[in-house]
Design a protein around this ligand. Structure first.
Ligand SMILES: O=C(O)c1cc(=O)[nH]c(=O)n1[C@@H]1O[C@H](COP(=O)(O)O)[C@@H](O)[C@H]1O
Length: 224
């Protein structure tokens, strides 16, 4: 069975990204490339990583007016990523146009509430009723806009899935029981996220910063 782990290769260094991906390839289901990698290596770098033969999750978290997001996605079309992210807070029309601009085989998923935010942070940006309510609101908006799924923390995924049983649920901010949270504030273990309904788990530093990434990925997979 293919792994539900997507390793987040958050580095500007193409050689390093390639080396880690090769070391962990037998334990993962795909590769997530985000702003750090893309800003340094662009589309050519994504193509290089795709040569490994694993699905590519291109996590650019697009958030702008509908026309700009649609045109950006059109520019990314030749890469045919398996998964692409936009911010649900960009609104319904932006999400509709993002989906329409994406290749047919690309899952477009909406980031609801970043896992680095807690309820105190949310109240400061005008969301007084907390992450659970906001994730539910934005999950319904993404569903109604015709997207394929959402990104949320493992603490909200069960409620989101209850609202959208056939949605695709991406869960980052996962940490092994003894892992350090770093800048993540809404954290669960990989096993708990999967039990709550995650379709895939995004895991970066617990694997990439481990002394032995291969062993770290193997150990996490063994808990699933
Ligand atoms: O869209 C994401 O993947 C994402 C959304 C979110 O709410 N939180 C979040 O951490 N991520 C990404 O997931 C990865 C988590 O990395 P680690 O905290 O190192 O495991 C990073 O690449 C983040 O960009």
């Amino acid at each position: 069975m293919s792994s539900c782990i997507y390793v987040a290769l958050d580095t500007p260094d193409l050689d390093q990204a390639m080396a880690i991906a090769q070391r962990v390839s037998s334990h993962i289901g795909g590769i997530k490339l985000g702003l750090e990698f893309f800003s340094a290596n662009g589309r050519a770098g994504v193509r290089d990583m795709a040569s490994l033969g694993l699905p590519i999750f291109l996590d650019l978290k697009l958030h702008d007016i509908p026309n700009t997001v649609a045109k950006a996605i059109q520019a990314l079309r030749p890469l045919k990523p398996a998964i692409l992210t936009v911010h649900a807070a960009g609104g319904r029309a932006m999400m509709e146009d993002a989906k329409a601009a994406a290749p047919a085989g690309t899952r477009v998923v909406a980031v609801t509430v970043l896992t680095s935010l807690d309820n105190r942070d949310l109240s400061r940006i005008g969301v007084p009723d907390g992450s659970a309510a906001q994730v539910e609101r934005l999950t319904l908006l993404a569903r109604d806009a015709g997207l394929d799924g959402v990104v949320c923390s493992g603490a909200e995924v069960a409620a989101a899935k209850a609202l959208w049983p056939d949605g695709f649920f991406v869960v980052p901010g996962v940490r092994p029981a003894d892992g350090s949270s770093g800048d993540q504030k809404r954290v669960v273990t990989p096993r708990a996220a999967l039990d709550a309904g995650a379709s895939i788990l995004v895991i970066g530093r617990p694997i990439t910063q481990a002394p032995d990434p291969d062993q770290a990925a193997r150990a996490i997979k063994a808990t699933l």
